[in-house]
Design a protein around this ligand. Structure first.
Ligand code: PMV
Length: 352
C-alpha cells in the first residue's frame, strides 16, 4: 500500500532554464492527540490530530535559479543565516527521489516568523511546511498542474514530522488510524466532519519560557525507543484519537476537554519516565494549569489547556468565550509568562 503511494509521489520532471520565485505562508499547529515516538524515515509511532493555527506562521520566499552546481543561500529575518543551511540541505537530500528537478536549481531562501525568535514556539512545523509548499509550487509550475497539497504534506513530514499537519486546516490528522478513511503515516489529511464550534476555536499561547528547550523534540522522540511505557502510550493515543473523533463530530466540550488535557499530561509523563528522565514544564506551567482547572470549575466556561514539548501553555476555548478568557489571561495567567507575553491565535485553514 505505502509502496504504491510512494511511487505516486515520484516524478520525472527536470529543471528548465527559467527561474521561478514564490512566497508561501504556513502556520504552526497544536496537537490535540500527540505524536511522540517515531521510526525511520520520520514515520509516527502513533496517529495524531491537531488544530492548524493562523497567526503564528512562517513566511518563506524562495528564488529557484537554474544552476549546474546547486547551492543554498538563506536569510532569516533579513540577515544571512548560514547555520540554518545544513538542516535545509539535509531536507533537500532526503526528498531528492521525489523532487529530482531540485538538482538543477540554486535556492535563495528568505524566511521570517510572525512570532518572536526563541519564544519557545516551535518554528520547524511552520518553516518546513512553507518550504515544502514552495517546492510543490515549483513542481506545479513545471508540470502545469495544480499544487499537490498531499505531496506538500508528505514532503513537509520528511522535514519535521508535525509539519505534515500545517498544510491545511482547521483540523488535520496524521498517521494511520482505523476510524479515519484515507489516513496514512506518510502525510496528513484534513478532518472535515467536525462540529462548527471547532471552526473558530481559539488558542492563546502563554509564553512561560522563551529560551531554547533543554531537551529537543528529536531527542525526546528517540527516548520513546526502549521506553518502559511506549506500547501503552501508543495504544492510549490510538484510543484517545478514536474517542476524540467522536467528540469532534458531536461538539461535546466536556469530553473534548477531558481528552485534550489527558493527552498533554501523558506527553509530559513520557518525559518524566524516560531514561534519562527530564522535565520541560516550569513552575509557571503548573500554576497556569491549576488556575485553568479551578476557573473552569467555578465558572463552567469550557476553557482547557494543552502543551507541546515545552513549558508554554496553549489555552483552548470557543470563540464565544473569548472576552472572559482573555480577561483571565490578562489579570492572572500572564503573571506566569516571561515578560507577561502571550499570543492570541485561532484555528486557520493552512498554508497560503
Ligand atoms: O514534529 P516534531 O518532531 O517537532 O514533534 C512534535 C511533537 C509534539 O509537538 C510534542 C506533538 C505533536 O504531535 O505535534
Amino acid at each position: 500500500m505505502n509502496d504504491q503511494l510512494l511511487e505516486n509521489f515520484k516524478t520525472r520532471l527536470t529543471a528548465t532554464e527559467a527561474s521561478f520565485k514564490v512566497m508561501h505562508r504556513a502556520p504552526s499547529n497544536i496537537a490535540l492527540v500527540k505524536y511522540w515516538g517515531k521510526y525511520d524515515p520520520q514515520l509516527p509511532a502513533n496517529p495524531s490530530i491537531s488544530f492548524t493555527l493562523s497567526r503564528a506562521f512562517t513566511e518563506t520566499l524562495v528564488f529557484f535559479e537554474p544552476s549546474m552546481s546547486p547551492k543554498i543561500n538563506l536569510k532569516f529575518e533579513g540577515k544571512a543565516k548560514p547555520s540554518f543551511i545544513p538542516k535545509v540541505q539535509s531536507f533537500i537530500d532526503r526528498i531528492k527521489d521525489y523532487c529530482p528537478y531540485l538538482s538543477g536549481y540554486n535556492l535563495e531562501i528568505e524566511t521570517s516568523n510572525s512570532f518572536p525568535h526563541s519564544s519557545g514556539i516551535a518554528s520547524s512545523a511552520s518553516g518546513m511546511a512553507a518550504l515544502a509548499m514552495a517546492i510543490c509550487s515549483l513542481e506545479a509550475n513545471l508540470s502545469g498542474d495544480k499544487v499537490d497539497l498531499k505531496k506538500a504534506s508528505f514532503l513537509a513530514r520528511l522535514g519535521s514530522g508535525s509539519a505534515a499537519r500545517s498544510i491545511e486546516g482547521p483540523l488535520m490528522s496524521w498517521g494511520l488510524h482505523k476510524d479515519i478513511l484515507g489516513s496514512s503515516d506518510l502525510f496528513a489529511t484534513p478532518f472535515f466532519e467536525a462540529h462548527p464550534i471547532f471552526n473558530a476555536y481559539q488558542d492563546a499561547i502563554l509564553l512561560v519560557h522563551k529560551g531554547v528547550k533543554s531537551v529537543s523534540s528529536t531527542v525526546g522522540h528517540n527516548l520513546m525507543n526502549n521506553h518502559p511505557f511506549a506500547e501503552q502510550r501508543f495504544a492510549q493515543a490510538n484510543e484517545n484519537l478514536a474517542r476524540l473523533l467522536r467528540v469532534l463530530r458531536t461538539g461535546d466540550l466536556d469530553d473534548f476537554i477531558e481528552i485534550v488535557e489527558l493527552e498533554a499530561l501523558s506527553l509530559h509523563a513520557m518525559m518524566f519516565s524516560s531514561t534519562p528522565s527530564y522535565i520541560l514544564m516550569q513552575p509557571g506551567t503548573l500554576s497556569i494549569i491549576q488556575r485553568i482547572r479551578t476557573f473552569r470549575k467555578e465558572t463552567g466556561i469550557p476553557v482547557c489547556f494543552t502543551l507541546d514539548a515545552g513549558a508554554n501553555v496553549h489555552v483552548l476555548y470557543p470563540l464565544e468565550n473569548k472576552e472572559i478568557v482573555v480577561d483571565l489571561i490578562d489579570n492572572e495567567l500572564s503573571a506566569f509568562c516571561e515578560d507577561g507575553q502571550y499570543l492570541l491565535d485561532e484555528c486557520g485553514l493552512g498554508a497560503k
